[in-house]
Design a binder for this molecule. Structure first.
Ligand SMILES: [Zn+2]
Length: 262
């Protein structure tokens, strides 16, 4: 079975956020132990064996609180680079969806639907390569239990919106942030995508981009949903422009939503 751990970046209710992002890390179930070990080793090298701290990219980058507040900038950047290196190992496949809030009236629903479909496409491709695997999506509990519960109920009820998803073992599940290091990596992916599209800062995504699900030079694992994607030069839109566009039209505009000026 393949597991896809997913985290979010960008607040869907904050008007200062133009983007809502879901990002995650997929891996074969038997690899989970080794990836957890790699992140544990990184933490132990930094803080010793007894110091329990989550390696959350946003906390490391913003360094408002310790242990990151008192850590020199070059060392914090090195920790982020080490995390990117773990997330870039060949056994991991990355997925992410960046939804411009002007593109979709409900960016959370759109991102949820899209990441389910992208993961399912990946599993379909494995099946075509005679490697049949079921998939399970695991979200972080604290953020999602309320936000995503309606979509998961919809999923369980086999609403047609998810009708093409064939390869999942079960409806998406939840895990606690402290229970698995894979959620640290999922957060890294979602935060890297958020920084790229919300802040035009490519530092983290540049270190991860080669590990997104890809076939024949087209990055299927990273989806950028925005009006005017045909004029966008991000890695997702650029590689997609080489073939028939799959996302050429926006959903109807949400009249109640306003973008931040500037
Ligand atoms: Zn783009």
């Amino acid at each position: 079975m393949y597991l896809l751990y997913v985290d979010q970046s960008g607040n869907p209710l904050d008007e200062n956020d133009n983007y809502f992002v879901l990002g995650g890390v997929a891996l074969f179930e038997r690899k989970v132990y080794w990836v957890n070990e790699a992140v544990d080793d990184l933490t132990e090298n930094l803080f010793g064996p007894d110091y329990k701290v989550n390696l959350r990219a946003q906390a490391i980058n913003s360094h408002k609180n310790d242990p990151w507040h008192s850590m020199p900038t070059d060392q914090r950047l090195a920790v982020l680079a080490d995390l990117c290196e773990i997330a870039s190992q060949p056994d991991l496949v990355l997925f992410g969806v960046a939804v411009d809030k002007d593109f979709a009236p409900d960016p959370v629903a759109r991102a949820f639907e899209e990441i389910c479909n992208r993961f399912d496409l990946f599993l379909k491709r494995l099946h075509a390569q005679e490697n049949t695997q079921r998939g399970l999506i695991i979200f972080e509990r604290s953020k999602y239990e309320q936000t995503l519960a309606p979509f998961i109920t919809e999923y369980r009820n086999q609403n047609t919106r998810f009708g093409q998803v064939k390869n999942f073992a079960d409806a998406p599940a939840f895990a606690d942030q402290n229970g698995t290091r894979l959620l640290d990596l999922a957060h890294l992916v979602s935060y890297a995508i958020y920084r790229r599209y919300q802040r035009s800062n490519t530092l983290l995504l540049d270190q991860l981009i080669y590990n997104f699900d890809e076939e024949g030079g087209v990055i299927h694992g990273l989806v950028h949903l925005t009006r005017g994607a045909e004029n966008c030069y991000c890695p997702s839109c650029l590689t997609r422009a080489r073939r028939t566009p799959v996302q050429t039209h926006a959903e109807p505009p949400a009249n109640t939503r306003s973008r931040r000026a500037g």
